[in-house]
Design a protein around this ligand. Structure first.
Ligand SMILES: Nc1ncnc2c1ncn2[C@@H]1O[C@H](COP(=O)(O)OP(=O)(O)O)[C@@H](O)[C@H]1O
Ligand SMILES: [Mg+2]
Length: 372
């Protein structure tokens, strides 16, 4: 089915080392760019359910019946176009495309090799990241998204999830897999009508609907970004969008700050219009800024040891809160918005202190007036 190790492409320019992954639309390989002695990743267009390969020649057949042939050819063109689009992107948190070519009756694009594993690898077997580290990666993915959302022809990635975010040698997040991304015209209308994929737990409700992402909307990617942050902090795949719609989100570990919980709940609102409408508003909920990831709460780089949860006193054991119901969500949202960065608990304390002080002063004034 896939190219065998040592197969060469482009007359020996690239040599396949191994398969990295296979999705519905393509096979990703690790390969060597021979002349430069460097590792690269190569994605081959290969629609799992429609394509076949002649093992002897490596040639791919694009669908056997005439109907499927047409469909596969349409997707092949989209694949090439997509590769050209990503090649034109220039952002430190988006994978770089080095080369695009056609061979074996199909198409390939060559990428920089990102060798630090994915965010999904980092949270294998329910492992959770400390909040500071989770926010560090989330901010970087958000910056990549903001860049896509502000292109002259804006783009939605539409497949933000932990396995599509890799870590480079400096521990920075790099966004990959633009397989189902969509480009829109300047007015936000779609430029092609290829169907949309779904990743349960990470895709919002509108992605399940026919024509649900016809128009450009940052809030669609923001849902998946919130879901990714949920995964990093809990080690659990979030419930599917319809479950979130029915029951809200499951409990967060108590160690997670209130502002981060609120940002996730808001980003994962079932209704698109209830979510932050831009990456900037998402940042505001998290007390992050685009230019600076540091804030009083979230300073610095991730810790090197990702195998340990940050512990403060009494935090040996994770205490689970009650599930957050929809009513709670809207109440908490209101608190968040009317009071900016001050937590509701602080506000309650300040109001209480003010009432006590006010009553005290009033009593003194009444006593003085009565004495006179
Ligand atoms: N540039 C890259 N560098 C290193 N590994 C990569 C790179 N691109 C993809 N991979 C690996 O291949 C896997 C599949 O690639 P991806 O583009 O996500 O395709 P799909 O999910 O459609 O199979 C990724 O999860 C990752 O492990
Ligand atoms: Mg992928």
């Amino acid at each position: 089915m896939h190219l065998l190790p040592n197969t060469v492409l482009q007359s020996g320019k690239y040599r396949i080392t191994r398969v990295l992954g296979q999705g519905g639309f393509g096979i990703t390989y690790e390969a060597e760019q021979v002349a430069l002695h460097r590792r690269v990743a190569i994605k081959e267009f290969f629609m799992k359910d429609y394509c076949d390969r002649d093992e002897a020649t490596s040639r791919v057949t694009l669908g056997s019946s005439s109907g499927s042939k047409e469909l596969v050819e349409r997707f092949l063109l989209k694949f090439i176009k997509e590769a050209q689009t990503i090649a034109a992107l220039n952002h430190p948190n988006i994978v770089k495309i080095i080369d695009i070519f056609e061979e074996n009756g199909t198409a390939y694009y060559v990428m920089q090799y990102v060798d630090g594993g994915s965010l999904a690898d980092l949270c294998k077997d329910g492992h959770r990241l400390p909040e500071k580290e989770a926010l560090y990666y989330t901010r970087q993915i958000a910056l990549a998204l903001d860049y896509l959302h502000h292109r002259p022809e804006p783009m939605n990635h539409l497949d933000i999830k932990p396995s599509n975010v890799l870590l480079d040698e400096n521990g920075n997040a790099v966004l990959i897999d633009f397989g189902i991304s969509k480009r829109y015209d300047e007015k936000g209308g779609q430029t092609s009508s290829t169907p949309v994929g779904i990743s349960h737990g990470f895709s919002p409700l509108e992605q399940y609907k026919d024509g649900g992402v016809k128009e450009f909307s940052p809030a669609t990617d923001i849902y998946s970004l919130g879901a990714t942050l949920f995964f990093l902090l809990t080690g659990q795949t979030p419930p599917s969008a319809s479950e979130v719609n029915e029951d809200g989100l499951p409990p967060f570990p108590l160690t997670i700050s209130e502002s981060t919980q609120m940002a996730i709940i808001k980003a994962m609102s079932p209704r698109r219009k209830d979510r932050p409408q831009s990456i900037d508003s998402f940042f505001a909920l998290l007390s992050l800024t685009p230019s600076n990831g540091t804030s009083a709460k979230n300073d610095g780089l991730p810790t090197k040891d990702t195998n340990k949860e940050e512990t403060t006193e009494d935090e040996e054991e994770t205490i689970i809160q009650e599930p957050v119901s929809k009513g709670q969500v809207s109440r908490q949202e209101n608190n968040e918005f009317s009071r900016g960065q001050i937590s509701p608990r602080t506000v309650k304390w300040l109001v209480g202190a003010f009432i006590v002080a006010f009553t005290f002063v009033l009593t003194i004034i009444v006593l003085i007036l009565r004495d006179n």
